[in-house]
Design a protein around this ligand. Structure first.
Ligand SMILES: NC(=O)CC[C@H](N)C(=O)O
Length: 437
């Protein structure tokens, strides 16, 4: 059995090596140019088009489908350090929308990164849920990939010089000269959150017993799934919606992950500062959401050299809260380029919650026990998808606090923005319609 699998995997991994002698068309050339002057020649797969993006690497060894659909990768050319990518194909990206699920199997309804870089793309795939190959999926989504390049060399460069702007030149563009440094598109100059966030509020699991508002900076589906599966009625709001106008209707507030520079989200941080001053129900933020909480609390966010992207980032808990025990190390899933600055002293009413064991960056903040508040932010992704589930119970902790608060202080008002009237669909939510807060 094992040898059978090895043979299959080896055949799949040969990929283009078998092309030369087959009747398949010759591979289309592709080149990855970096703004710093280096170029890597390879072969195209996926959409035969050229793109720009911020070149980042992920050390995750699985879940390429989840990473590529994570809205936090918007504007980025994603380099996988794992050499063989595509061997388990791509599943049908559709689930029911009910108290167990949120409409998509993956992290959103489309590929979000602008391109992918793979050492050895698997043309043959094998998985009981797979419906198409990585290349076919990329092609259908209009996203180009390059394969046959030394991803180890690219990653070592990115580790030394930091995340670098790039150009994936495909087909006839591959033989053209590298772009001038001034021609590289820098996605971080744009407000990517505004592009990724829902334009319309919508509701999931409207009959849930505890009402949670989610500020959507580009939320991963598994975050929404983690909330609805634990019984929450979830109202997803555009990132810059002024939650203060409707906060009496909710038992808790959640701030999601999202792409790009958190300093583009000042509008949300200003609204949140007022919420933190005037509202005492639980608040929880992940990644971008954590950064926005930190900014609202008075901390600064800075750009890291190459960020943390992978599924084995160790974080040390500095305080106990719910399922989290001070002094323990948790292995976490991460995808970020920015972090909150560790400052001494911390703003009044706040304390560090987690610290990264590799680079000592801030991995979490929380309100102090003396503050009387229940607010947490974590830089990592407790919801995983992909990655370890060490901290998944933080969702249970958050909802337990919301329920406890509701029991003690009474229910939120009942009309969750006309919950049942809003179409609970992620595809619907991504329509380009603007609503005013
Ligand atoms: N996954 C995230 O939410 C990432 C947050 C932010 N865009 C960063 O890169 O740091």
């Amino acid at each position: 059995m094992l040898s059978h699998h090895i043979v299959r995997i080896t055949r799949a991994s040969r990929g283009f090596a078998t092309h030369a002698n087959s009747t398949l068309p010759s591979p289309i050339p592709a080149v990855l140019h970096l703004k710093t002057g280096q170029s890597f020649k390879g072969r195209s797969f996926g959409a035969p088009k050229s793109i720009f993006g911020e070149t980042v690497f992920s050390t995750s060894i699985t879940s390429y489908t989840e990473s590529m659909t994570d809205p936090s990768y918007r504007g980025q050319i994603l380099v996988f350090t794992t050499p063989l990518i595509g061997n388990y194909g791509v599943p049908l990206n559709k689930t029911p929308i009910d108290s167990r699920d949120v409409g998509v199997t993956l992290e959103s309804d489309r590929i979000q990164c602008t391109g992918v870089v793979v050492a050895d793309v698997a043309e043959k795939f094998s998985h009981y849920l797979a419906v198409e190959s990585l290349a076919a999926w990329c092609q259908r989504n209009g996203v180009p990939g390059i394969t046959g390049v030394d991803t180890r060399a690219i990653t070592r460069l990115l580790r030394d010089q930091g995340t670098t702007l790039g150009r994936l030149a495909v087909g006839p563009d591959a033989s053209a000269a590298a772009p001038n440094a001034s021609d590289y598109w820098d996605p971080t100059t744009e407000n990517l959150v505004d592009q990724a966030s829902t334009k319309q509020p919508y509701v999931l699991n409207p009959t849930g017993d505890v009402k949670i508002a989610v500020l959507d900076f580009g939320a991963k589906a598994n975050i929404l799934r983690a909330l609805v599966r634990r019984g929450a009625a979830v109202t997803v709001l555009p990132w810059n919606f002024d939650f203060n106008k409707i906060r009496d209707q909710f038992d808790g507030l959640f701030l999601s992950n999202g792409p790009g520079d958190p300093n583009h989200c000042m509008e949300a941080a200003i609204h949140l500062r007022k919420t933190l001053q005037e509202w005492d129900r639980p608040i929880f933020g992940i990644c971008m959401g954590h950064q926005v909480i930190g900014i609202a609390a008075g901390l600064d966010a800075y750009r890291m050299t190459f960020g943390n992207r992978g599924h084995n980032q160790p974080v040390l808990a500095l305080a106990s809260s719910g399922s989290i025990k001070a002094g323990r190390v948790y292995v976490t899933s991460q995808n970020h380029q920015y972090a909150l600055k560790l400052q001494d002293p911390f703003p009044q009413g706040w304390e560090p919650f987690f610290i990264n064991c590799n680079d000592s960056s801030v991995e979490g903040i929380k309100s102090t026990p003396q503050s009387g508040k229940k607010v947490w932010g974590v830089q990592f992704h407790p919801e995983s998808a992909g990655g370890p589930l060490d901290t998944i119970e933080m969702f249970t902790d958050f909802l337990a606090e919301c329920r406890a608060h509701k029991l003690q202080f009474g229910s939120s008002k009942n009309d969750v923005m006309g919950a049942a009237k809003v179409e609970p669909s992620l595809a619907e939510a991504s329509r380009p319609v603007r609503v005013s807060a």
